[in-house]
Design a protein around this ligand. Sequence first.
Ligand SMILES: NC(=O)c1ccc[n+]([C@@H]2O[C@H](COP(=O)([O-])OP(=O)(O)OC[C@H]3O[C@@H](n4cnc5c(N)ncnc54)[C@H](O)[C@@H]3O)[C@@H](O)[C@H]2O)c1
Length: 385
Amino acid sequence: MLAIRSIAAPARRQCLRANGVAMLSSLQTRTYAAGASTHEKVAKFHGKKGSDGLYTVSLIEGDGIGPEIAQSVKDIFKAANTPIKWEPVDVTPRLKDGKTVIPDETIESIERNKVALKGPLATPIGKGHVSLNLTLRRTFNLFANVRPCRSIAGFKTPYDGVDTVLIRENTEGEYSGIEHVVVDGVVQSIKLITREASERVCKYAFQYAEEIGKLKVRAVHKATIMKMSDGLFLSTAQRVAKDFPAVEFDAELIDNTCLKIVTDPTPYNDKVLVMPNLYGDILSDTCAGLIGGLGLTPSANIGDECSIFEAVHGSAPDIAGKGLANPTALLLSSIMMLRHMGLEEQAVRIEKAIFETLAEGKTLTGDLHGTAKTHEYAGAIISRL
Ligand SMILES: NC(=O)c1ccc[n+]([C@@H]2O[C@H](COP(=O)([O-])OP(=O)(O)OC[C@H]3O[C@@H](n4cnc5c(N)ncnc54)[C@H](O)[C@@H]3O)[C@@H](O)[C@H]2O)c1
């Protein structure tokens, strides 16, 4: 099913470029597995334990500092007796029919295990293969990008007590890749919004809000200007809200949100924000800035069948191989993964050890103004488990 989707999506894009009529008929046939009944859970984890009592998780260690920070996660999970075994997979891109694809074995591994943890992947600028991060999102139809940002005790930033959760639609909007030259000097980029994709991400946002006990969802939009596209996203969110009477719903213009969240982020602590792709991209990094940057920020890319958890920072080539990297973001992403898999007890235990180590402030890596090496920081966490 995944393979069909990954082939079908570029084919649809061709239609969009070539012919507006074909575009509409193509979109009308677009279907999503999650479009079922209201109370059916979107993106539920369907993985099963093996006969050894362990879940298998596909592990993409990534480039640059990736292997170093992945090692910390492996060491800490082992010390915490987490019922997980890792299946390392390679995402070195291959060219197939002129398109960048990831190896079949990797796709099969993630499809089989339903879950993957991913380190950072370097993207060539202006040439070479397309972003592998984008390729993974498209291949597995990872429709929701979940970005929590929580202040870390012991790491002082201009704001205290930040605890935001942002959910970004991950498959369409301004990132549909539909661009063309109209005439020389005039280009057009199409922002694609569909009811199905909006409904799915909004439904996930409401379910996530219920799961984490933040019983308010706010849709962030610019429907005053983009009346049709953002208008559809907003009206869909309003309709989905009716199916979740226990969760309060409201909406806010993206420019208002930006102003208010950097003035005082704390009123956003009790809410889950949900929004189209580009707004989510920008606002999620803004929120990361509120808590001290990307180095401490986890994320989840959620799909109906598989989900991939990743740190949001890059491969940090300037410090790679020196044992200086901070593994916190990948660790916190792996905690989100444990929760997604229903391993709450292990998640709480490891998370507590991480936050205590950070709050104590004695064994911090250089980016947090400490002098510890990556393995020393991981060791300090292990000693608290
Ligand atoms: N999700 C991803 O895989 C992802 C995200 C962003 C960038 N990238 C790729 O990573 C490469 C490098 O990108 P960049 O330099 O713009 O951003 P970067 O995040 O790799 O680095 C920015 C700065 O932050 C520091 N840093 C980042 N992560 C750190 C960590 N865990 N511990 C300590 N310091 C850390 C780096 O040393 C550097 O000074 C590029 O090829 C880019 O495309 C990948």
